[in-house]
Design a protein around this ligand. Structure first.
Ligand SMILES: Cc1ncc(COP(=O)(O)O)c(C=O)c1O
Length: 395
């Protein structure tokens, strides 16, 4: 039987398309700082980007990317072990290790591949992986691909984690996998307890800091926020959020990084990070250090929006702390209605549907949002709230 048979009967996207609520995908024809342009030329306030510091459109970052393309070419056309290694890659690795205060760093081509490399490079049959129920899909895929035994523990619940660790065979290898900042809730992992439990059970802790790096602790991320960088053996980063580029890195001890350099398949069998993306991440890192106000400002802007949205009656997640402000919408229809109404009002947020997470709007904020843009966004949110109330879609 053909494996494409399931596609013929696939109704979810057809139903959503028929309802006229979801366009798959929305095209932006231009992006600049806190706004973007829709195909009909309308400007929309971008409240759904992970470009937390606004660096993806910073002229210095764009120039660095263009200059690197001119000097090294548009792509590396090979993995790092073969013809794809640039002095720029080595330079960025040294700079990342220095900035985050870790002995070594290893660059990868995306954040997704970074998590694959860290988990599948170190875990295999006979090992045990304990993963937070809300950890990012790339970590889940990595754990499954590793062929280690995988167990999920309740979100941020170190008691459940302890119970599960307690039942593992004494000599088995164990890795505990969490996000630093959870991408859909914006809440932080309970790092001090995780470090204590992992130490007690001899487990290796991996923190995926995709959403904390560049933002918390003047950019040094969740581990530095808790003052625990040295106690966390493995940290993964992505450049597709606060660094305004693409790519990722693993931070850890020299020995571990060296081992991964020779064993991580998502590194060995994929072309290296493009010159433009490498140079953009390097320039963002430089700006991050020179302008620490950027990370403070994004947090205060998100705090402001969280307060204002809550005052408007939107159920924002109580635990969210970072630039991410989720709005619980209960069901898919309500999520898509609100999402469309917000677009009509000139405000873009992300509509999140299962299986990514429970139905919600995921709003997120940027250093480069002006006060005027945030005020306009709030007017849009207020109008949509009135409409949803009128249609009896929220209470
Ligand atoms: C927590 C987390 N980890 C990893 C990734 C993957 O990063 P990338 O987009 O660079 O592949 C993401 C991206 O959404 C993420 O949110």
């Amino acid at each position: 039987m053909s494996v494409t048979r399931k596609c013929t009967g696939y109704s979810r996207s057809r139903e959503l398309k028929k309802s006229g609520l979801y366009p798959f995908y929305l095209n932006f024809s231009e992006r600049d700082r806190g706004a973007a342009r829709l195909p009909d030329s309308r400007e929309i306030i971008m409240c759904g980007s992970n470009d937390y510091l606004g660096l993806s459109t910073d002229p210095r970052v764009c120039c660095a990317a263009a200059e690197a393309s001119r000097r090294y070419g548009a792509g590396c056309t090979g993995s790092r072990l073969l013809n794809g290694n640039l002095d720029l890659h080595d330079h960025l690795e040294r700079k990342l290790a220095e900035f985050f205060g870790k002995p070594a760093a290893l660059l990868l081509t995306t954040g997704y591949q970074t998590n694959l490399a860290a988990v599948t490079g170190l875990c295999g049959p006979g090992d045990h992986i304990l993963i937070d129920k809300q950890a990012h899909a790339s970590l889940v895929d990595a754990a499954r691909l590793s062929r280690a035994r995988v167990q999920w523990f309740a979100h941020n619940d170190t008691r459940d984690l302890t119970r599960k660790l307690d039942q593992l065979p004494e000599k088995a290898g164990r890795m505990v996998v969490v996000d630093g900042v959870y991408s859909m809730e914006g809440d932080l992992c309970p790092l001090p307890e995780l470090v204590r439990v992992c130490r007690q059970y001899g487990a290796t802790l991996l923190v995926d800091d995709a959403h904390g790096a560049g933002v918390l602790a003047e950019g040094r991320g969740t581990c530095a926020h808790y003052g625990l960088m040295e106690e966390v053996p493995l940290v993964t980063l992505t450049f597709s959020k606060a660094f305004g580029s693409t790519g990722g890195a693993i931070l850890g001890d020299e020995e571990v990084i060296d081992y991964l350099r020779h064993n991580a398949r998502s590194l060995l069998f994929s072309a290296s990070l493009s010159p433009a993306n490498t140079a953009a991440a390097l320039e963002s890192l430089r700006i991050l250090q020179e302008e620490p106000w950027r990370s403070k400002e994004v947090i205060s802007k998100a705090d402001f929006m969280r307060r204002e949205l809550t005052a408007l009656g939107y159920p924002t997640g109580a635990a969210s702390q970072a630039p991410i402000v989720p709005i619980d919408m209960v069901n898919e229809k309500r999520t898509l209605m609100a999402w469309n109404l917000l677009i009509e009002q000139g405000v873009y947020v992300n509509a999140v549907l299962p299986p990514a997470a429970s139905p919600r709007l995921r709003s997120s904020y940027m250093t480069v949002h002006t006060d005027e843009q945030l005020a306009r966004a709030l007017e849009g949110f207020a109008a949509v709230r009135d409409q949803l109330l009128h249609d009896d879609l929220i209470h």
